[in-house]
Write a protein that binds this ligand. Structure first.
Ligand code: ADE
Length: 228
């Protein structure tokens, strides 16, 4: 099977590249794609750059050019649910775009005609994630992840996103990747480790905990790949 492993930032895929050891690099569409064999699988690994547009391009490329049959996203997120502390892992049940707003036309936040507010991730991959968590003796939460082209560092904004979408965490790529995978019928999973809690200290916390949280998520994803 060809498995895509995607992050948004170099820090999110470096631990994965270290773990696979050797790989080939393909330059395409102003980005680098790293390919290798891993057990019986073919892997294609990339970071997209931050945000919904770059992550859409990368997810579509991983599927359409590199033939990914499954897409696993690994990275960090800001926590909304108070039960999520820095370093904790969350797997998305559903994803939505918190910055998509045509409410002026009577539509709900996050909705455009012929789209959907929420996109569900693959149930079997989520079950696999919980099996891996059990094996690793780790706590894994699941919940709604809200995506937008904003780094959220405001208690008010965070509360609004939490209330409007019942979201547990927020980040900047998951829902756009979900839209691509859903449209192209590729099973996907979005896993995030908390780097900050999207409040006043978010910028400082993000810089302090990015590397460690990104590695926690990446290690988990690679343990999942080993069981697929
Ligand atoms: N990713 C990690 N923390 C974030 C935050 N506070 N806002 C948006 N994306 C994030």
């Amino acid at each position: 099977m060809t498995i895509a492993i995607m992050g948004a930032m170099p820090e999110e895929i470096e631990p994965i590249l270290k773990r696979v050891g050797s790989y080939e690099t393909v330059v395409y569409a102003q980005n680098r794609y790293f390919t290798c064999k891993f057990g019986t699988h073919q892997l294609v690994i990339a970071y997209s750059k931050i945000g919904k547009v770059f992550s859409t391009l990368t997810a579509a490329t991983l599927i359409e050019k590199f033939g990914a049959e499954v897409l696993l996203f690994s990275g960090v997120a800001g926590g909304i649910n108070p039960e999520l502390g820095i370093g904790d892992l969350i797997v998305a049940t559903q994803l939505c775009q918190h910055d998509l707003d045509i409410t002026a036309f009577g539509h709900p936040y996050g909705y455009v005609p012929e789209g959907a507010v929420f996109i569900e991730s693959d149930r079997r991959l989520r079950e696999c994630a919980f099996d891996v968590a059990l094996e690793m003796g780790m706590t894994l939460k699941e919940g709604i992840i809200a995506t937008g082209d904003q780094f959220v560092a405001s208690p008010e904004k965070k509360a609004w996103i939490g209330k409007t979408f019942h979201a547990d965490a927020l980040e900047m790529e998951g829902a756009s990747v979900a839209v691509v995978c859903d449209a192209l019928e590729v099973p996907f999973l979005v896993l995030r480790a908390i780097s900050d809690t999207a409040d006043m200290d978010a910028g400082f916390d993000f810089e302090s905990f990015l590397e460690n949280s990104a590695k926690r998520s990446a290690d988990f994803i690679m343990n999942m790949v080993e069981t697929l």
